[in-house]
Design a protein around this ligand. Structure first.
Ligand code: ADP
Ligand code: MG
Length: 706
């Protein structure tokens, strides 16, 4: 952004210097004034008023008091020594206690002095109490200053070692604010935005975000900064998307032909849902246009994404192209292969399967057919994107359960097209909250299947502890008696050897208990866990799929995509060890047929608040999007699957879980700007263009495309 005061190196700020400067760089990536001013407080301490002692409630938020220190005595000795003070205002008394720095405080604090005290009130043996409160002698000056919202900053051990704890950082922020108050701080948003949304100007926003006079000033500042952050993110994404569409040619799938029509008329075993039809239409428009499709297809587990994918592949074939379908695990890929081959049988379509385990002559033959174009559809694992896999003319690539694939892998698909990159359809059952999808996949188009096939009954979800074990065995027996099958799932831990061992032990003990309760030959049981060879796993899995076993005991390898409609019960052990999205994914393995299904969440009796909330949510709703929203609330957007590597959600001030309204507005405004002025060439968009041109990720992404 040109050369502005904000580009000044951080060591030149008064109070920083070379040593602190280095620490700020390595610890917080603060190199210039700009990064410091954008190092926002993560919370504020409310010192906007003095509370009266008679009004304060124990275990409330920290409060600020003004009064007199009446008594101060050191109690106990040695390590148990503590300092106890008696503090009063006109309305009551609180006891103040210090366990640390006793000698120092004993000397420093003045009995009879008037103090401003700040701390968290608690109740201890019937008395109102504050442990380690902040104490400051009340003077005219600090009494006025104290009535404010005080910023609190994250710090690190190393920074603290240089005197830069939260308070130290606050001092630097103060110096910077005073400096900026006398300088030009360049505006980033067009004037017409500022007028229209009545935004405060950038300098004031940057000052107020650190030192707001009151809650209202804080809200005004943070709204503007949040908007700015989200707006530029959206502008960047959408601009990349528009430019990509205008530059990249895409294969034109102009017509729907024999394969699609015959399949639709004679092979489809059910009526498509409204949502499926709508999505197929969206995709058809996209691939008929002459630009390359990059589309994310979201749909809850069991919503019928596969058939949509298949029908799109048929359109590719109808237009003389090949298609591929890639799945994250061998089991899932195999399952797709088997079912798709069966579904298209009689249509004269050649379907192939490729994974790491297909080797030698078999592989060679397959690759040959692929190159000559005799093979129409290739289904497999990530082996599909290896360099040695050459298509004759790949027109459409489908990726199932995308979060297991990295961005780089997705990009390597593009190289497989001849003349133009293939259209890409990414299918995911990880219901990404809307706000996150808008940010993360802002450059993709999104289609949503928001309807389940008819006749599906919501899975009934119950929570049980060890006390309910016998009752759960009873329920399992009832289901088996009806001819149904059951999953029992244990958490999979990948961290350490010892934990893996504990996990295995867990599973084996569970296995023993279940075999005792469900003896052969009346009952047959499959077991699948991470320590087994792929072939053994497959064998056990197949026994269950074919209905030869009634119970499947497994670690979470069954998480993705497995389809056994006859399975109507899922028992999840150690539920507290699973994330919410993962629980929902698991639950999606049942409820796939028309029968009432059950998901039983086993947990220990004692749960953390978060654990409780996860279980509660699972019992309350079957809706994947609701689950995802709660998940994001609980864990923060940074932890949602697939977002960590992207770096996209590295937001400084906006919060995707709570700022969805601002995000929505930011996105709409960005769209309008680009519609009106795609190259940002108009004078009133000069600031926006300059911003994008100075953005590194924008430039690299763009060079990757062009
Ligand atoms: P997911 O979206 O989780 O990948 P699938 O594509 O595996 O879901 O579909 C789940 C099951 O629902 C499959 O057995 C599929 O044949 C069936 N199915 C898909 N669409 C419909 C529909 N419109 N009506 C009835 N059953 C359907
Ligand atoms: Mg699927």
């Amino acid at each position: 952004m040109g050369n502005s005061i904000l580009d000044t190196k951080i060591e030149f700020l008064k109070g920083v210097g070379p040593q602190r400067g280095d620490t700020l760089k390595t610890e917080l990536q603060i190199f210039t004034f700009k990064e410091l001013v954008q190092f926002y407080p993560f919370r504020y301490v409310d010192k906007t008023k003095f509370h009266e002692i008679r009004d304060i409630k124990p275990d409330s938020h920290p409060v600020q008091l003004k009064g007199t220190l009446r008594r101060l005595e050191s109690v106990g000795s040695g390590r148990k020594r503590r300092l106890v003070g008696r503090f009063r205002d006109n309305t009551g008394v609180v006891q103040l206690i210090w366990f640390k720095g006793v000698s120092f405080l004993e000397k420093k604090l003045v009995i009879g002095g008037t103090y401003i005290v700040y701390g968290k009130p608690t109740l201890f043996s019937g008395r109102l109490n504050m442990t380690h409160p902040e104490m400051e002698i009340a003077t005219q000056a600090n009494m006025e200053q104290s009535l404010s919202l005080e910023p609190v900053y994250h710090s690190t051990g190393k920074l603290e070692g240089r005197g830069l704890d939260s308070r130290g950082i606050m001092k630097l922020q103060k110096v910077l604010r005073n400096k900026l108050s006398t300088e030009q701080v360049p505006e980033t948003l067009p004037d017409y935005f500022i007028k229209k949304f009545r935004f405060t100007d950038r300098r004031k926003a940057l000052a107020d975000i650190h030192f707001p006079a009151n809650q209202n000033a804080l809200t005004i500042a943070s709204n503007r900064l949040k908007f700015e952050e989200l707006f530029f993110l959206q502008l960047k994404m959408l601009s990349l998307k528009t430019r990509r569409k205008s530059v990249l040619r895409g294969h034109v799938f102009a017509s729907v032909g024999q394969f699609f029509n015959t399949f639709f008329k004679d092979h489809l075993k059910f009526e498509l849902t409204g949502a499926q039809k709508r999505v197929i239409k969206e995709i058809r428009q996209d691939i008929g246009r002459g630009t390359q499709m990059n589309r994310l297809l979201q749909g809850d587990v069991g919503s019928g994404k596969t058939i949509v994918g298949l029908m799109c592949m048929l359109i590719a074939l109808d237009n003389g192209f090949q298609a591929s379908l890639m799945a994250p695990t061998e089991i899932l890929a195999q399952q797709h292969y088997t079912s798709i081959k069966e579904e298209v049988s009689g249509l004269g379509i050649q379907v192939g399967f490729l994974s790491g385990s297909i080797k030698g002559k078999k592989r060679k033959q397959l690759l040959e057919l692929l190159k000559t174009g005799e093979l129409h559809i290739l289904i497999g694992t990530h082996a599909l994107i290896e360099d040695w896999v050459e298509f004759k003319n790949l027109g459409l690539s489908i990726i199932d359960e995308q979060h297991r694939f990295g961005v780089a892998q997705r990009a390597s698909l593009w190289k497989k097209g001849i003349g133009a990159p293939p259209h890409v359809l990414v299918m995911t059952a990880t219901p990404i909250p809307r706000t996150l999808a808008m940010t993360l996949y802002g450059d993709l188009d999104v289609s949503v299947i928001d309807e389940l096939p008819p006749g599906r009954k919501d899975v009934t979800t119950l929570h049980k502890t060890e006390n309910g074990r016998l009752r759960v065995f009873g329920m399992m027996k009832e289901e088996i008696k009806k001819g149904r099958q059951i999953y029992v799932v244990y958490p999979l831990i990948e961290e350490s050897e010892s934990e893996q061992f504990a996990e295995l032990k867990n599973l084996m003990e569970g296995f023993d208990a279940i075999t005792r309760e469900f003896p052969k030959p009346q009952y047959q049981i499959s077991v699948v866990h991470g320590r087994m060879k792929a072939s053994e796993k497959d064998f056990e899995m197949q026994r269950f799929v074919k209905g030869e076993t009634q119970i499947m005991i497994a670690t979470t390898v069954i998480e993705v995509g497995v389809n056994v409609p006859n399975a109507t019960m899922m028992i999840i052990e150690n539920t507290e060890r699973f994330g919410l999205s993962q629980l929902h994914q698991l639950r999606g393995r049942v409820g796939r047929g028309g029968e009432q299904s059950y998901c039983i969440l086993m947990s220990s009796f004692k749960l953390t608040k978060e654990g409780q909330k996860r279980i509660e949510t699972m019992c309350r709703t079957n809706n994947g999007f609701e689950v995802a929203e709660v998940d994001m609330e609980l864990r923060g957007p940074g932890n949602i699957q697939g977002t960590q590597q992207s770096g996209i959600v590295d937001l400084k001030i906006a919060n995707l879980a709570t700022d969805s309204r601002i995000l929505q507005t930011a996105r709409e405004v960005a769209m309008r700007v680009l519609e009106d002025d795609p190259e940002l060439a108009k004078p009133h968009h000069a600031r926006l263009r300059r911003y994008l041109e100075s953005d590194k990720t924008y430039r690299t992404n763009w060079s990757r495309i062009s």
